[in-house]
Design a protein around this ligand. Structure first.
Ligand SMILES: Cc1cc2nc3c(=O)[nH]c(=O)nc-3n(C[C@H](O)[C@H](O)[C@H](O)COP(=O)(O)OP(=O)(O)OC[C@H]3O[C@@H](n4cnc5c(N)ncnc54)[C@H](O)[C@@H]3O)c2cc1C
Ligand code: SF4
Length: 733
């Protein structure tokens, strides 16, 4: 494949000496476009490499320099891969008009107007249609164009000013607007005519404000980002008392992420604190040396653990320069497909906005990544940036093999990130995981990928590939696990990395094997730290009780959630999940979603087997307890089927929430209040999302005993109510 810079070929991108030449070509590219900038950048990186902090610049100067060079890098990469990011930019320009409309018109003007009586003031629609040209099918954008044009006109007629002197073009535009609205044309230009003109434009603005306020009140703009204003953060009411229920059917991705317009909206909401060295999202709210401010929930506000340059990313994304934004992100977070939306939120917790909704940074980060990935050759841009990123001035190019070999144990987030860094330092890296790692299509390792969508599968059909540790087999379908494939291919394409599944360190491979037989120079253990939590209660492992992590692993790894899978993972309702952390939240939602899948599958198989062998002989295979359970599942399966049919006839998504709840539902039982729970304190959004799926939350309950039925299966749980005394949680007795 010929690339778009000089005589570079695709294969050169995997060759150290050619990458060095590419880096030189980039320097030339920047120098030719902006010699002064290149001079500054060259001195900066020289200074950084000689150990001078921030290259001798102030941090805001450093940010500004990196942003400027990133823009050139974005253009260079686009040219290199002959890809065209202009649609991204054009889309962002439109969305930026909507963002400006939100800031200047909706937020500053309309939101200040008291709720309005019906009937609507006349004229709003007409003003919008005239000023927007009346053409656009995108009503939010058309409205934004009209309102911002009107504000631009109004600006030249300041209210209450002693003197006004609008420019001739503005006056002509105002005259045209007035005429279109059927107002009388001024025949002579006079001071009185100018005053009338000012009064007219003020009146038109006022009409539009009133009209908008009334329409907003009536719900006409529901769903428009421009009318979703930041709300105050009330720390003890982060979870609304009444959830907005969301129907879920199975194990497809449950959260499709924000739209590009919503992401542009968030990027414009950011006030780019890096310009003032106040970007707490990135650096945390430092109070004294090594001490961070603590929020009212007791969470230290330490910012992004990777010190990702967030303000800079947001700044570039607000301009639609996503390639540049991604290059900025990847200075500190080259494995960014494994972070972002629904994975981490330390940055968001530390956003400068502590009293109102923070900027949704994880959405922006993932949005910047997907903007680039889904450009033609976008995967190749990401992949190249993992090996060559001139903004990463300490290690711009992955070094060639240095003769030393490292064994990395575990391919979870810690393992794969370590593999990346070690490989870029030139080590030979062999990464093993005890889990089976599915083979990957060879062509993706050798051929350029034009459209990253070929890597995407529906989550409920996707084969669990075994790569990614808990982010593959623990984390739920709230997160798009296809991102793991992006990381894996980028890593496995490097010549000095080998990945092997099904190799358990300490079993299949011992320390002695690694050092003595295989000659590794170093072993890095990244085998995870999690141990299952054992609930202290009587009968804590009788039939019907499972550890949460074990349930999630069984669900994911056996593929029990798939319609076609025969895996045996039986759950019955009512179900109780004990715990207040994020694993409890995930377990509850997945259990809730799994139950309908389970009973429907059982019903289908029962019918099919009864058709083949006769119902009596099928039933004869079960003992008394199993027959009871079977009948329960069949009855529930029929109800799920009926709901599916009803929904199909009504053209809507089936609603299983009332059914599952009617059978006892899934409850989280926590020993303290929800507000005290780690899940609420660390990531209340996940609590909200779980309640939206129909989960019950039972507070102040500490488990004491599991009571068994005649078959030794759990039939009930006994809890002790907890109370607070002298500021401590205690049994109520
Ligand atoms: C249900 C659940 C949801 C979570 N959600 C989030 C989330 O949204 N965001 C977030 O940031 N964190 C989340 N976490 C936590 C996150 O998954 C962990 O912090 C993260 O996976 C830790 O990464 P790791 O690489 O250290 O370990 P792991 O992901 O546990 O990976 C360790 C790997 O080592 C392998 N291994 C272990 N022993 C051996 C051995 N002897 N030989 C060979 N291989 C071995 C394992 O098979 C595994 O693949 C969640 C955890 C759970 C359980
Ligand atoms: S995300 Fe928040 S803290 Fe970070 S730069 Fe933007 S406004 Fe400031």
């Amino acid at each position: 494949m010929h690339l778009g810079i000089d005589d570079f070929q695709y294969s050169d991108l995997y060759d150290f000496s050619r990458l060095t030449e590419l880096a030189t070509a980039f320097d030339r590219f920047v120098g030719e476009n902006d010699a002064v900038l290149f001079g500054r950048f060259d001195s900066y990186r020289g200074a950084v490499r000689s150990g001078i902090g921030h290259g001798g610049l102030t941090e805001p100067e450093e940010s500004e320099l990196l942003i400027s060079v990133a823009r050139h890098l974005g253009a260079f990469l686009a040219q290199l891969f002959r890809t065209d990011p202009t649609p991204l930019k054009a889309r962002t320009q439109r969305d930026s008009v909507v963002a400006r409309f939100k800031k200047e018109f909706v937020s500053k003007r309309v939101a200040k107007v008291a709720p309005h009586p019906v009937p609507l003031p006349a004229g709003g629609e007409r003003v919008i249609s005239i000023l927007s040209g009346g053409m656009d099918h995108d009503h939010e954008y058309a409205f934004a164009v009209a309102a911002t044009r009107l504000l631009d006109l109004e600006r030249e007629y300041p209210r209450g000013a002693k003197e006004i002197s609008p420019n001739p073009q503005t006056r002509a535009a105002v005259a045209q607007l007035r005429e279109a609205l059927g107002q009388r044309r001024e025949k002579i230009d006079s001071p009185e005519a100018l005053l009338r003109e000012a009064a007219a434009i003020h009146a038109i603005v006022d009409v539009l404000i009133e009209w908008t306020a009334a329409r907003w009140e009536s719900g006409a703009f529901d769903g428009w980002p421009s009318f979703r204003l930041p709300k105050p953060v009330v720390y003890d009411r982060l979870v609304p008392p009444e959830p907005h229920y969301r129907r879920r059917d199975g194990f497809k991705l449950t959260d499709n992420r924000k739209t590009p317009r919503e992401i542009t909206d968030q990027a414009h909401y950011c006030i780019f604190c890096h310009e003032r060295k106040k970007d707490s999202c990135s650096r945390g709210f430092q109070e004294k040396e090594d001490k961070y401010k603590v929020n009212p929930l007791g969470i230290p506000l330490e910012g992004c653990p990777l010190d990702e340059r967030i303000g800079e990313m947001n700044f570039l994304r607000a301009d639609g320069d996503s390639i540049a934004g991604l290059a900025i992100v990847m200075i500190d977070n080259p494995m960014c497909p494994g972070t972002g939306h629904r994975i981490c939120n330390d940055c968001m917790k530390s956003c400068i906005f502590q009293k109102q909704d923070p900027v949704d940074i994880p959405q922006i980060e993932t949005g910047v990544l997907t903007d680039v990935l889904f450009l033609p050759w976008g995967f190749e841009i990401y992949s190249l940036l993992t090996r060559w990123n001139p903004l990463n001035v300490r290690r711009p190019i992955a070094l060639p093999y240095n003769g030393k070999n490292v064994l990395v144990v575990g391919l979870g987030p810690a393992g794969y990130t370590l593999v990346h860094y070690l490989a870029n330092e030139g080590f030979g890296v062999v990464a093993i995981d005890g889990l089976k790692i599915e083979p990957i299509e060879e062509k993706w390792l050798h051929e350029p990928i034009r459209d990253a969508r070929v890597l995407w599968d529906e989550l409920d059909e996707r084969i669990l590939a075994g790569f990614g540790g808990v982010s593959e087999y623990g984390i739920t379908v709230r997160w798009d696990k296809n991102f793991l494939k992006v990381i894996r291919i980028a890593l496995e394409r490097k010549q000095n990395i080998r990945v092997y599944g099904g190799v358990r360190f300490g079993g299949t491979l011992t320390i002695e094997d690694a050092f003595d037989e295989l000659g590794f120079d170093h072993i890095a253990i990244a085998a995870g730290a999690g141990t299952p939590t054992i609930v202290r209660m009587k009968n804590n492992l009788i039939r019907g009780i499972r550890k949460a992590s074990d349930f999630l692993m069984a669900l994911q790894l056996t593929g029990a959630f798939k319609k076609a899978s025969m895996a045996n993972l039986q759950v019955r309702l009512p179900a109780i999940v004990i715990g207040g952390g994020l694993t409890a939240i995930d377990t509850a939602t997945e259990l809730f979603a799994y139950y309908p899948v389970q009973v429907e599958k059982i019903l289908e198989r029962y019918e099919s087997m009864s058709g083949d062998f006769g119902e009596d002989s099928v039933r004869a295979a079960y003992d008394r307890e199993e027959q009871q359970i079977l009948d329960e599942f069949l009855e529930h399966g029929r109800a799920i089927r009926a709901e599916r049919e009803r929904a199909a006839a009504a053209g809507e998504k089936p609603d299983f929430i009332p059914l599952v709840r009617g059978w006892g539902g899934v409850s989280i039982a926590y020993r303290k209040s929800m507000l005290d729970s780690p899940a609420y304190r660390l990531n209340h959004e996940e609590v909200i999302k779980s309640l939206e799926e129909g989960i019950f939350y039972a507070e102040n309950l500490s488990p004491v005993e599991a009571l068994a039925d005649d078959f030794g299966h759990v039939r009930a749980l006994l809890f002790e109510k907890q109370i607070v005394e002298d500021g401590r949680w205690k049994d109520s007795g």
